[in-house]
Structures are given as structure tokens and as C-alpha cells.
Design a protein around this ligand. Structure first.
Ligand code: HEM
Length: 375
């Protein structure tokens, strides 16, 4: 694409949904740092978007940080960041480790499992339920509805169901506030309405589930299939953190993200981008940009996996994600050190979709092990 089109590639996000994919690292950074010409507000675009398309619910305007611009964005982001700031990393680590051990105990004597289905997905959902203060029964229903929504069955009724379930979560935490993100969102001085609260939570479930799920699964895939991660020259396997960093750099969990909609036609790199047409940052493509290696990039800014500019993933969420992903990988490999893949690694199956880099399954084999005692 880079050879044929240069830095900006004309694409169709879905039939009848033209967009531009940015595949050049420098151009991506310029666009991400220029929110007034590239605001993330889809309202004008969505009036003309074809009805019933599965990707529309993922892109449409919502009163949350991800899909707003300017003062609205600043307000929603501040509330979300304040609520996430209350998450205590030490107790989160204990929670993740307990959930991980519970899940491993459910399949460790079987000798085989689909890690995505039995471990990664339930671990990430239960952790987010815990962070958001969502009771387990409600969390199970939300997991089903959110999975349908991201699977992309348009007009399947999942959106009203999700909103109803999130309204129930808000009612629960209003009746019985706790030390959790939902309770902090409710009592925040910004005084969000119920509709706004529902959309903060929907945004948190969307951003808090899909990328960590992919980061953990893709890191496990790397560790299980790349000899560099089985053991290195010292005879020890490199720590999980090194594999996580490599996945973030080479195979970001959100391959394409930060959709903006220029309100006026704008010329970038000699290409005229039309008004109100989506522009996406191709993070995976930018990371493989050959010009990138010759440009020095500051350490904290190494890659675009976490986004950049006003919509970048908040620092608090990054801390949560790293902790969750490291703990998920470490617990599993400690409990089942002889894991091997149960599929041909050259035939890995990826879930189609314009935004994520996600496995469909991660089947593994291992010598059956007894369950771990839970403290
Ligand atoms: C591997 C883990 C994660 C990665 C790679 C990641 C990456 C990103 C990226 C690329 C964006 C920008 C998206 C866009 O503008 O389209 C973003 C935004 C965001 N992320 Fe994350 N994220 C991760 C985990 C999380 C978690 C666990 C949470 C919450 C607990 C979270 C909360 C958010 C929020 C609230 C935003 C919107 C910020 C804004 O628009 O101002 N993220 N994330």
C-alpha cells in the first residue's frame, strides 16, 4: 500500500464507507497532534453512513472521551481519568492473580484448552467487572452482549441490551457505593447524567476489554511460537514484559485507531482529504514504516500502540493494562510451564475486522496438572 499510494491510503472500512488509512509514522504523529483539523467527532459523517452496518455502532458519536472533541472531550476524559486514578495497583494485582488461578484450576487437569476462551477472555472481563464494581451475574450478561456487538451482528439488538445492563450497574452502585470506578464516576463533581454515565461505562468496557485481550493472547502466541522467548543464551526465558513490549511494537492490539473526521477538506502530503470522511491511524503500518528507524523517537513515545495526542490511552489505563497482562502471562506460565501450541503456527487464525489484531482461538496442550491451592 505504501509503495502504491505513499503515506495516505484510500480504503473502504466496509462496503460504501470510504476512509483514509495513514501508514506513515511522521504523518500519523502530525495528524494526532492536530485535533482542531482532525477532530474525533463523527456526527456529520454518521448522518450519511449506510444504515445497519456492523461497524457503525463502533464508530458513532457517544458522550464519552473517545467519540467527542474539544470541551466535551476534556470533561469526559477528566472524569474517566479521575475514576481510573482510584484503582490501587497492589490490590488489582492480588485480584488478577486470584482470578487467574481460579480459571487455570478449571482446566489444568484437562491437558488441553483453548486459552482464549478458557483463560484470556474471562480473565479480562472479570478484571474489568472488578475494576468497575460490576456484580458477577450482571458481568456475565454484559460479556455476552458486548461480544455480540464487537462480533458485528448489525441491528441485533445488542446495543439497547448493553445500555439496559449498564443502567442496572449504575443503579446497583448508586444503591450501594463501593471502592470502584462506577461509584467514582457517579459521585464525580462533574455530575454526569445517567445517559453520560452509561456511555462512560460502555467506552470503558470497549477500550478496557478488546486491547488487553489481544495484548495477552498475542503475547502468549509470541512466547509459545518464537524460540527467542522459550529460552535465551543464558538458559532463562526473557521476562513476560519483554514479550509484551515486542507485541506492542510489532503487532499492536489495536492495529488501526483514533478515527478523525476533518470538518473541511485538508491537504496532507499533497493528498486532498475530503471533509467529514474518516481518517484512521494505521498504528501497525506506521510501526513497519521503513523511514521510522532512521528518526529518533523518545523512549516514552516509542510506538503508537497506546495512541497519541488528546485521545491517547490514559496513563492510569496503561498501568492497569501492563499489570493485568504481565500477571496473566506469568501466572499461566508458572502454573503450566510446558505449554505448547495445538495448531500449526503458520495457520494462525485472525478475527477479521478493521480495528483490532485479534486471534479467533489459541488452542494449547500441556501435561495435566493438579489444581493450585487458593489462599
Ligand atoms: C493493551 C491495552 C490497551 C491498549 C493497547 C490501549 C490503546 C488505546 C488507544 C490506541 C487509544 C486511542 C483510541 C482512539 O482514539 O481510537 C485508547 C484510548 C483509551 N483507552 Fe486504552 N488501551 C488499552 C487498555 C485500556 C484499558 C484497560 C482502559 C480502561 C481501564 C483504557 C481506557 C482508555 C480510554 C478511556 C481511552 C479514551 C481516551 C480519550 O479518548 O481521551 N484503555 N487506548
Amino acid at each position: 500500500m505504501r509503495r502504491r499510494f505513499g503515506t495516505l491510503v484510500p480504503i473502504d472500512l466496509a462496503p460504501g464507507v470510504p476512509a483514509t488509512l495513514v501508514v506513515d509514522d511522521r504523518t500519523a504523529r502530525r495528524i494526532l497532534d492536530d485535533p482542531s483539523r482532525f477532530p474525533s467527532d463523527p456526527r456529520v459523517w454518521q448522518q450519511k453512513a449506510p444504515a445497519g452496518l456492523p461497524i457503525v455502532p463502533m464508530m458513532q458519536w457517544r458522550p464519552n472521551p473517545l467519540r467527542t472533541h474539544g470541551p466535551d472531550h476534556d470533561r469526559y476524559r477528566a472524569v474517566t481519568v479521575d475514576a481510573l486514578a482510584g484503582v490501587d495497583p497492589n490490590s488489582l494485582r492480588t485480584t488478577v492473580s486470584r482470578i487467574a488461578m481460579d480459571l487455570i484450576n478449571e482446566f489444568c487437569s484437562d491437558g488441553a484448552a483453548d486459552l482464549l476462551d478458557r483463560y484470556v477472555v474471562p480473565l479480562v472481563f472479570r478484571t474489568m467487572d472488578n475494576i468497575l464494581g460490576c456484580p458477577p451475574e450482571l458481568g456475565d450478561l454484559l460479556r455476552l452482549a458486548l461480544t455480540e456487538m464487537t462480533a458485528g451482528a448489525a441491528d441485533d439488538g445488542s446495543e439497547p441490551r448493553i445500555q439496559q445492563l449498564l443502567a442496572e450497574l449504575i443503579a446497583c452502585r448508586r444503591a450501594e457505593p463501593g471502592d470502584d470506578v462506577t461509584s467514582r464516576l457517579i459521585r464525580h463533581p462533574a455530575n454526569l447524567s445517567d445517559e453520560e454515565l452509561v456511555h462512560q461505562l460502555l467506552g470503558l468496557y470497549w477500550t478496557g476489554i478488546e486491547p488487553p485481550r489481544n495484548l495477552i493472547a498475542n503475547t502468549l502466541l509470541l512466547i509459545l511460537t518464537d524460540p527467542r522467548f522459550t529460552s535465551n543464551h543464558t538458559g532463562f526465558a526473557p521476562p513476560a514484559g519483554a514479550a509484551l513490549d515486542e507485541v506492542l511494537a510489532s503487532d499492536p492490539p489495536l492495529a488501526n485507531h483514533t478515527i478523525s473526521y476533518p470538518p473541511c477538506p485538508v491537504v496532507v502530503d499533497d493528498v486532498l482529504l475530503p471533509a467529514d470522511q474518516p481518517v484512521l491511524i494505521g498504528a501497525a503500518a506506521c510501526h513497519s514504516d521503513p523511514a521510522r528507524s532512521s528518526t529518533p523517537v523518545p523512549h516514552e513515545d516509542r510506538n503508537l500502540a497506546w495512541g497519541r495526542g488528546p485521545h491517547a490511552c490514559p496513563a492510569q489505563a496503561r498501568t492497569i493494562s501492563r499489570l493485568l497482562a504481565e500477571e496473566a502471562v506469568d501466572q499461566l506460565l508458572d502454573a503450566l510451564p510446558d505449554l505448547t501450541t495445538a495448531f500449526d503456527p503458520d495457520r494462525t487464525i485472525w478475527r477479521p475486522g478493521p480495528f483490532h489484531r485479534a486471534l479467533i482461538a489459541l488452542p494449547v496442550r500441556f501435561p495435566p496438572a493438579p489444581g493450585m491451592p487458593l489462599g
